[in-house]
Design a protein around this ligand. Structure first.
Ligand SMILES: [Zn+2]
Ligand SMILES: [Zn+2]
Length: 477
């Protein structure tokens, strides 16, 4: 408000408009016609109108997802990135960009203030920025107590205590980061596993669609009634996804069950309608992927459940701890926002993992301190910058030869960029293409980006590699 009062413009980035209708409503209610809303649902004509209103100064606040960072706001005074930890700020398509870096650049060149907001800031933001801490939760409620439930040896997707808590709660949110009914199918007789013919991953059962589907390339098949390798009729289904959990909860509970994941969110306005129904319901359960943890405000939700905290924790990625902490904390932020309070249950087979213990105590500062120490020791961001190169080809040998040449071309430049080369290592086959990657950890960002770019350009130009696709990703997520 103060920035607008001085006559300067504002950009507000939000993770995904469809998932944050409440945030957008609040802005429009407060600032009315001076708000230009930019999102992917706009037609070209509507988008043009909003851009024109910004350019002429008729609108001075641009609100939108990552692409709104390019909005033509005149005399920019403030750039806000709401939920700055959200992975949707990184655009993985062409062109690759991280809206948070662009926001930083726009703020710097315009002499504007950059404000990053999050209940679970990224370690690099925490390390690099000045901090403002709110002394209390916006709704003035205390954060709900979190209990960690040991799932070792448990055959069922829900711990007995979770089931008891669900029966006692009027409104709850359950998060399970897996879509579909079962994660994978195998033959009980010969052990065959159903995999995508294009990617080295298991096909996921979607029962309502009578299909098994690849979540990476979209390949689909009818649900097999028999094993095509040995003819056995005994096909086993393993693991539980959101679709199955929804069905089991609907069976066990007397309240309506709502499911929010990429399958139910596909239709236009489906998310807004779903969230509205859950909000209006007297009692109910909202079950879904991490979409359920994204900043929704339902004051009467008293129970939050992280069904499988291990799904992010055991991911082979330096951000595994950060993501796990963030998901637990974000879900905890959804529960107990009303006067009746609430609680959170975290199901995990790693109850002693330090990150889970920190999250259960709402100890953000402790987590960030430990995580930054770990990253400093291992030289991960913010103590180094990462650049990733991927070579892919339908011909495995060609992809491997290309990445080896890229590695050879980068190695002599390691010293100048204060860099260290990791790999090359194979990635799983995707869309019929074998892939290899290498990662450069660099102390000098610009030198490393330049060196890697030059090395890749040199190798990619060679005729021998014409069947290979090269990609360079700075700050891979
Ligand atoms: Zn078989
Ligand atoms: Zn596939």
């Amino acid at each position: 408000e103060r920035t607008l009062g001085r006559g300067r413009g504002v950009i507000v980035l939000v993770p995904e408009i469809a998932l944050t209708p409440q945030t957008v409503d609040r802005f429009q209610a407060r600032f009315g016609d001076t708000v230009a809303l930019l999102h992917s649902g706009l037609s070209d004509g509507e988008r043009y109108d909003e851009w024109r209103r910004l350019r002429t100064g008729e609108a001075r606040v641009a609100v939108g997802p990552r692409s709104a960072v390019f909005a033509p706001v005149a005399d920019l005074g403030l750039v806000v990135v709401d939920e700055e930890h959200d992975s949707s700020y990184k655009h993985e398509g062409d062109p690759r960009y991280d809206a948070r870096r662009v926001a930083e650049w726009r703020a710097r060149t315009a002499g504007a203030t950059l404000l990053l907001g999050s209940a679970t800031p990224r370690p690099e933001s925490w390390h690099q920025r000045r901090r403002l801490t709110l002394s209390h939760r916006v709704d003035d409620q205390r954060l709900p107590p979190v209990r960690v439930l040991d799932m070792r040896g448990s055959a069922h997707a829900l711990h007995p205590e979770t089931r008891r808590a669900l029966t006692g709660a009027r409104k709850s949110i359950l998060m399970l980061n897996r879509r579909g009914w079962s994660n994978f199918l195998t033959c009980r007789s010969c052990g065959k596993a159903w995999e995508c013919p294009q990617c080295d991953v298991a096909l996921v059962l979607h029962r309502s669609q009578n299909a098994i589907a690849c979540h990476h390339c979209g390949h689909r098949e009818r649900v097999p009634q028999a094993c095509d390798a040995c003819g056995s009729l005994a096909v086993a289904r393993h693991g539980a996804g959101t679709e199955r959990l929804e069905a089991e909860l609907a069976e066990a509970l007397d309240v309506p069950v709502f499911r929010l994941d990429a399958d139910t969110a596909a239709a236009k306005d489906a998310v807004a309608r779903l969230l509205e129904s859950f909000g209006a319901a007297d009692a109910g359960v909202l079950v879904g992927t991490q979409m359920v943890a994204k900043g929704h405000d339902f004051p009467d939700v008293s129970l939050g459940v992280v069904v499988d905290a291990d799904s992010t924790l055991h991911f082979p990625d330096f951000r595994a701890e950060e993501r796990t902490f963030s998901l637990i904390a974000q879900l905890a932020g959804r529960a107990g926002r009303g006067a009746q309070g609430g609680r959170v249950l975290v199901q995990t087979a790693s109850p002693d993992a330090p990150v889970i213990a920190r999250a259960a105590r709402h100890d953000s500062a402790g987590f960030l301190r430990e995580e930054l120490e770990r990253r400093r020791a291992l030289r991960y961001p913010p103590f180094a910058d990462l650049v990733r190169v991927v070579c892919s080809s339908e011909d495995r040998a060609a992809a491997r030869a290309a990445i080896a040449e890229v590695a050879d071309a980068i190695r002599p430049l390691e010293a100048a960029a204060d860099a260290e080369l990791l790999g090359p290592a194979p990635l799983f086959r995707l869309r019929g293409r074998d892939r290899y990657q290498l990662v450069v950890k660099a102390g000098r960002r610009d030198a490393a980006v330049g060196a890697v770019g030059a090395a890749v350009d040199g190798v990619a130009q060679r005729r021998a590699h014409r069947q290979v696709a090269f990609s360079v990703d700075v700050d891979p997520q």
